[in-house]
Design a protein. Structure first.
Length: 665
């Protein structure tokens, strides 16, 4: 077995040429394709761990690429120690191709390396950096070759018994493009994608960086993206490598991260319980959450396909080129490529259709549907209880609910501290009832129908709602209860004079009349029509769905063009123009703005999830009861921004205008 020496040296700084130390550490590691025939055999490099784009401690650290709804909420954040712990490291070297394209660079060699110990970084965008690594590579690696570093490979890549690199269970010998486009999926049937990327430390690989900054009103024309890092120097001796320049490699995690704050800012529902003379507040608690429609495919290294299109995207209202950050990844100049990028194409980014025939065509067939129930829901909240998933991105023509990763919430609304069943009738969420209230409404309707028969009552008798009993069915799978039976009690019938007994309607007729207003839900072949009137929230529990935003309202504001001056030919979202005008390419509204390119400028990346980005969900308030049972959105092509509007009316039935006339004939 061949051996190589690795020296981990304490770094004096992060910058190219600033690596030196007086402490050596030697480890025996296993290379592949290494020749030991003299000549230049040693390279030096530093590995820099990422800081999350998140919301927490480093409040003075921003990259001016705010995709949250408030400029003060975007930060770069270390996250938890477990998220940057390194258990193993792999160096993969590629040789540049004549085309000059990174994707065409060919595989040279791979090495298992030891980057310990790590040093805490004081730089704004780096959590930790490795000590200077001096790697013996024999004469296989040449100056100008390109380096890719993978940390915590888990089971996604491997080395066989001979030390050969394996990707997808087979020996790897292709180009960087082949590697970059290799699809990472869950390894076993019981293993989720998130578990695969995180079970033995977070999978990390080189982060694509650009040589020009963005996030300003000046377009970063000509900006170039680099993922692989040039090995500028290969040294003949270990000492030369210790003293010489080292390649700086910046890595990012292969996962996106979501956290949920479990305490809503407003602890009561906006809509009140209306069962009494005075409406009563409903106290709300967030009981659990889970990610839904998560991607199950990801590239090993973030794709840079589409870079040339992304650099020029700008929302006219936000007026900021959003694809590239503005702050260099470290203070000073570690090299030409030093700015973060904030969008990418995932493996199922779009269908092979130039102009989809229908907005919201399902492209993300690989998205996994979560069964939203108590077993799936996490009851732990806050920054230290995240959930992880692969990145999920899409173009504007597919910016719809069925293609978007969702956060599902379970919320309980209580009158006081009691978790009663709550109801809404005929879809009117502004009125909330308990079961006794619902029964009273139905009894009153039954009474109204019986009174319409003009029955004559015995002297001193009055029919009331208490003369009727109502039986509701069990709640069906869609959350509805039906009226099973209405009974006109014998005591009530006894109030009718004997001559009119024959006119008393049968219970079946009373029921048939009442269900004209309080309809029963129809279920055919196990599929609910959702046409029932009585929707039951068992125990006051509602489910809510949050569509995860990436650039969000700050960089991709929606429906805010109205009243804006200084922008010409801007088509506002309307019922006629659609939620994202021009997103499909078949909308004609008579202006130059109705194009797919303009749709991308205005809204690309408004929703979605990108690796190494942290999405922190905070609930400010809840207006209405949500879904009585969790809805399956995997086939729902509704735009992520719904443009349908609602009106509120109150209908008043006027009394008869009675005009009495007196005649003498």
């Amino acid at each position: 077995m061949k051996k190589l020496s690795l020296f981990a040296l304490a770094a004096a700084g992060l910058f190219l040429g600033a690596c030196s130390s007086d402490k050596d550490e030697i480890a025996e590691v296993q290379p592949i394709n290494v020749e030991e025939d003299g000549g230049k055999q040693f390279i030096a490099l530093n590995i820099n761990l990422p800081v999350d784009n998140g919301f927490a401690t480093r409040s003075d650290v921003t990259d001016d690429n705010n995709y949250a709804d408030d400029p003060a909420t975007f930060e770069l954040n270390d996250g938890m120690e477990s998220e940057y712990k390194v258990n193993d490291a792999t160096l993969i070297v590629f040789r540049p191709a004549a085309s000059g394209k990174e994707a065409d660079a060919t595989f040279v060699a791979a090495y298992q390396i030891n980057p310990e110990p790590w040093t805490m970084s004081s730089d704004k965008q780096v959590t930790d950096y490795s000590t200077k690594i001096v790697q013996k590579v024999g004469t296989t690696v040449a100056e100008g070759d390109l380096a890719l570093v993978i940390l915590n490979k888990n089971n996604l890549i491997a080395f066989d018994a001979s030390g050969a690199l394996e990707v997808g269970g087979a020996a790897f010998s292709g180009t960087f493009g082949d590697f970059q486009k290799t699809i990472a999926t869950n390894a076993t049937g019981a293993q989720t994608a998130a578990m695969e990327m995180t079970q033995n430390g977070f999978y990390m690989a080189n982060s694509p960086l650009t040589d020009k900054d963005g996030s300003s009103t000046t377009v970063p024309t000509g900006a170039k993206t680099q993922t692989l890092v040039v090995i500028e120097n290969v040294y003949e001796t270990e000492q030369e490598a210790r003293d010489g320049k080292c390649a700086e490699i910046y890595v990012e995690r292969g996962m996106a991260k979501v956290t949920v704050n479990g305490t809503p800012a407003k602890a009561t529902l906006d809509t009140q319980y209306n069962g009494g003379a005075t409406p009563v507040d409903l106290n709300i608690t967030i009981d659990g959450w889970v990610l839904d429609q998560t991607n199950q495919k990801s590239y090993y290294v973030r794709s840079t396909e589409g870079h040339d299109d992304f650099i020029s995207i700008i929302n006219g209202k936000a007026n900021k080129y959003r694809y590239i950050g503005i702050s260099p990844i470290v203070e000073g100049n570690p090299g030409a490529y030093k700015y973060r990028t904030y969008w990418a194409k995932d493996p199922n980014y779009t269908k092979d259709l130039a102009s989809p025939a229908t907005f919201g065509d399902l492209i993300a067939d690989e998205l996994t549907k979560t069964t939203v129930n108590d077993a799936a829901l996490s009851t732990e909240f806050g920054d230290t209880h995240p959930q992880y998933c692969y990145e999920n991105t899409f173009d504007v023509a597919h910016q719809s609910v069925n293609n978007t990763t969702l956060v599902r919430l379970k919320v309980t609304a209580k009158v006081g501290s009691t978790a009663d069943d709550l109801y809404i009738i005929n879809g009117n969420k502004s009125m909330i009832y308990k079961e006794a209230d619902v029964l009273t409404l139905i009894q009153n309707k039954a009474l109204e129908f019986v009174k319409s028969k003009n029955l004559t009552l015995k002297t001193g008798e009055t029919l009331t709602s208490a003369d009727f009993t109502v039986t509701l069915s069990a709640r069906d799978a869609a959350g509805y209860k039906n009226i099973s039976a209405i009974t006109f009690l014998a005591a009530g019938k006894a109030k009718v004079i004997d001559a009119d007994v024959a006119k008393i309607p049968a219970d079946a007729d009373i029921l048939a009349d009442v269900v004209k207003l309080y309809k029963n839900n129809t279920i055919t072949g196990g599929v609910s029509a959702n046409d029932g009137s009585i929707l039951c929230y068992e125990g006051g529990v509602s489910y809510y769905t949050i569509r995860v935003k990436h650039f969000g309202d700050q960089l991709t504001p929606w429906k805010t063009w109205e009243g804006t001056t200084g922008y010409t030919n801007v088509v506002a979202p309307t019922l006629a123009n659609g939620s994202y005008p021009g997103s499909i390419g078949n909308i004609t509204v008579g202006t130059a703005e109705a194009t797919a390119a303009t749709a991308a400028n205005n809204y690309l990346g408004r929703y979605g999830m990108l690796r190494n980005n942290w999405y922190d969900i905070k609930v400010n308030k809840i207006k209405y009861l949500g879904e009585a049972v969790p809805t399956d959105y995997s086939k729902d092509p509704t735009p992520d921004d719904e443009i349908d509007g609602y009106i509120a009316v109150q209908i008043n039935i006027l009394s008869w205008a009675k005009r009495t006339q007196s005649w003498d004939l």
